[in-house]
Design a protein around this ligand. Structure first.
Ligand code: ZN
Length: 307
């Protein structure tokens, strides 16, 4: 403070200082001394008459603080601490994203003829094409994914969720869960749940046991995890026939309101059959929905084949 010197004090900008310019220079020195005393002494020690005298010395310091606050390149020491929230608040987002719309109420499958297309064993090389076809028709589906495949194609699984499809759990590596211990089966479920969570931000609570085989042990493992077993009522056997026409025929002939149709998005013929299946189901009056939309809330440890 001593380094400032009297000449650094902007007395011409302060009313109190202007008054002092009209008095003897000795009085000015006295006022400066009082000001220094006011700066050093705690506020409770200063009398009301000390305050105007302290202003000239406070003012240079105050202007220094103000300059630092405006100029980020200045010495950061006097800058008041800023919390992260204060730092973020005034920064406008250059391209603010629109607020996410609340999910529209799903179709009422108690009234409508709902049917759910489900795809197992992916994501694979043809899943992106399938997503294109479904998006072009505005139709949702349910994907029972393998954790090991999510690990290879996380972007596709993220896209599924972003485009309104349901993502279920089909284990990590497709073992028969009935041949495993409860601990091993639990790992298959948990590892896949974790990677789906990390990829989509959503916890899958619908599990399709590989090969559709289950028993009390498997259902108990699912119940412990708040998950239900989701089987099917229409098996296209697309993995066996690998034929667009046969797959389509089986899907259409077996379907009735509340049906769950089993397909696999790892076979090109299965993916090729989907546009025709969707178009013909809709022409027959069906509303295509996800499994959560079809079933509504499910009971952990319960097994479902249709609505
Ligand atoms: Zn499978």
């Amino acid at each position: 403070m001593r380094d400032w010197g009297i000449s650094d004090i902007p007395v011409e900008r302060n009313e109190g200082a202007m008054r002092r310019q009209r008095v003897a220079s000795g009085a000015l020195v006295g006022a400066v001394w009082l000001g220094l005393a006011a700066l050093v002494a705690p506020p409770s020690a200063a009398t009301p008459s000390d305050a105007p005298s302290a202003a000239p010395l406070v003012d240079p310091l105050g202007r220094q603080l103000g300059r630092d606050a405006r100029d980020p390149s200045a010495d950061p020491v006097p800058t008041p601490p800023v919390t992260p929230s204060q730092q973020e608040a005034p920064v406008p987002e250059p391209t603010p994203e629109p607020a996410p719309e609340p999910p529209a109420p799903g179709p009422d499958c108690a009234v409508l003829a709902c049917v759910a297309l489900t795809f197992d064993d992916g994501p694979g090389d043809y899943t992106a094409l399938l997503l294109d076809d479904l998006a072009a028709r505005g139709v949702p589906a349910t994907f029972f994914v393998l954790g090991s495949q999510v690990d290879k194609h996380p972007d596709i699984v993220a896209r599924m969720a972003a485009e309104g499809h349901a993502v279920g759990n089909h284990s990590w590596s497709h073992p028969r869960l009935t041949t495993l211990s409860a601990e091993e089966a639990g790992w298959q479920i948990d590892a896949t749940t974790t990677i789906v969570q990390q990829t989509t931000g959503t916890t899958p609570t619908l599990v399709r046991p590989p090969y559709g085989v289950s028993n009390d042990t498997v259902l108990a493992v699912l119940a412990e995890r708040g998950a239900a077993a989701i089987m099917w009522s229409v098996d296209t056997e697309d993995w066996r026939n690998r034929d667009v026409e046969i797959t389509t025929q089986r899907a259409l002939e077996g379907t009735e309101p509340g049906a769950i149709i089993l397909m696999h998005d790892i076979h090109p013929t299965s993916v090729q059959a989907v546009p025709g299946i969707v178009d013909q189901l809709q022409a027959a009056g069906y509303t295509l929905v996800t499994v959560p939309e079809l079933l509504g809330p499910t009971t952990p440890g319960q097994l479902y084949r249709n609505r």
